[in-house]
Design a protein around this ligand. Structure first.
Ligand SMILES: [Fe+2]
Ligand SMILES: [Fe+2]
Length: 286
């Protein structure tokens, strides 16, 4: 079995890049497909507040962590803060296309309100589970080019860049959780981890489903057509939900660690893919 730790030679490097400034995004920027577009748009709307929550949750437990983890938490925070900046810009493109995302933002506020009044370790557990979610999605998104095929160049580049950094820092919230619960029994740790993951999964899918329905409604796609289209997109083609099932199950197995599956080669692949979208602009500015 692979060793259950973050690789010793992994360095988390915040890549301070900007995407899509001064460009226009098509309303259905992803392959002219309203369902695919709705999925990424709905997800993006969650990021500014969601990633802010991740940052706060992990930062609370930074004090007293071993030096290496301490430094990784710093780099994780930097990456998430830059992701938020870029998704705020992306979300502006979404609203520029006439979408009203206020209901989706309300869903996030409601979800985050549920964490109020619970101890900080509950927020860290939720972050650890959601970071596994983002790592699973990120892996799929880069490993299978079909997901972003036909997308506007700058938008696709943004998602590839974000996915690469999510893979790179996928162990940070988990290692912070391991450190914060180091005095717990294995049984208690597993129980809480499993409960939180199950709850997070239900909320994640229900939330994105509602968000997609709302965006599709604004496209005039409603009723059975909307439901069937979302389910086909998630479970049929490209079938993101179906494809992450194995990685989701792995989370519950004994000895799980995000880096049991070393998928660092995808970071390099994404970097070379989005470089084409980023470098020419920089070259022009030089
Ligand atoms: Fe992120
Ligand atoms: Fe993340």
């Amino acid at each position: 079995m692979a060793k259950a730790t973050t690789p010793a030679d992994l360095t988390i490097v915040p890549r301070d890049l900007r995407f899509g400034r001064g460009t226009q995004m098509r309303r259905w920027w992803l392959n002219n497909d309203p369902f695919a577009t709705a999925f990424y748009n709905a997800l993006s709307v969650t990021f500014p507040k969601g990633e802010g929550f991740f940052v706060d949750s992990v930062r609370t437990f930074r004090e007293g962590t071993p030096p290496r983890l301490h430094a990784e938490i710093q780099a994780f925070i930097k990456q998430e803060v830059i992701h938020t900046r870029e998704h705020v810009a992306f979300n502006r493109h979404v609203t520029d296309q006439g979408y009203d995302v206020s209901r989706l933002e309300q869903h996030i506020d409601d979800a985050l309100a549920l964490t109020k009044g619970h101890p900080p370790i509950a927020s860290l557990a939720a972050t650890m589970a959601l970071e596994h979610f983002t790592a699973m999605l990120a892996h799929q998104l880069i490993a299978n080019p079909r997901h972003l095929a036909g997308g506007d160049e700058q938008a696709a580049a943004l998602w590839r860049w974000h996915a690469a950094e999510e893979i790179e820092h996928k162990g940070v919230a988990y290692d912070t959780w391991l450190h914060a619960t180091r005095d717990w029994t294995r049984a208690k740790r597993w129980k809480i981890k499993a409960i939180v993951m199950l709850g997070t999964t239900v909320k994640f899918f229900a939330g994105r489903y509602k968000g997609m329905l709302e965006l599709l409604r604004q496209d005039g796609i409603i009723g059975a057509r909307a439901h069937f289209g979302i389910l086909w997109y998630a479970l049929g083609r490209p079938g993101m939900a179906r494809k992450i099932l194995g990685a989701w199950i792995a989370f519950f197995l004994p000895g799980f660690h995000p880096w049991n599956h070393d998928d660092r080669k995808l970071i390099a692949r994404a970097e070379s893919d989005y470089a084409a979208a980023v470098l020419p602009r920089e070259a022009l500015a030089a």
